[in-house]
Design a protein around this ligand. Structure first.
Ligand SMILES: [Cu+2]
Length: 158
């Protein structure tokens, strides 16, 4: 008597276990279906939105820029920051060299050279505006024959 009761209990536990397994596998199948559906919509989005890979579009550029001092630095960097798409800029007073990171879907190297030149400073490619140069504080009126990109490597040739 006691034995058969035990056996019965064991059986019902087994049934319970099986149905749990079935429910679990249904849940797994449903989850797989959901995720594959999600993946599909994701890839569709990525291919239709061409502007998505913005992080990949960042270009690093460095080139020579003439200047004398900390005031020159702020004028040059302000000019570069005024260009839409510029992420980072640093002008090195000792090397007479600038490092710029920009979004190349929004701007290009020439726009950055031109912005610096417009503020009165010579770059490797564009001579600084005479008018802006003469408006600079006298301490900032750098020697226009000064060597640029000192101790640096001539990189951006195109
Ligand atoms: Cu200066």
């Amino acid at each position: 008597m006691n034995f058969s009761k035990k056996n019965h209990e064991h059986k019902s536990k087994n049934v319970n276990y099986v149905s749990k397994k079935v429910i679990l596998s249904i849940a797994v199948i449903a989850a797989l279906g959901l995720t594959s559906c999600k993946n599909e919509t994701k890839t569709v989005k990525e291919t239709t939105l061409t502007e998505v890979p913005k992080e990949i579009a960042i270009t690093d550029l460095s080139f020579g820029v003439r200047g004398n001092c900390g005031m020159c630095k702020s004028t040059i960097e302000k000019a570069v920051n005024g260009v839409d798409g510029v992420a980072r800029v640093n002008w090195d007073v000792d090397k007479k060299k600038i490092d710029v990171s920009f979004n190349d879907t929004k701007t290009d190297a020439m726009a950055i050279h031109k912005a610096i030149a417009a503020s009165g400073y010579d770059t490797e490619k564009v001579a600084g505006s005479e008018e802006a140069y003469s408006g600079l504080p006298s301490c900032c009126q750098y020697n226009r024959e000064m060597m640029m990109n000192q101790l640096g490597v001539m990189e951006s040739e195109n």
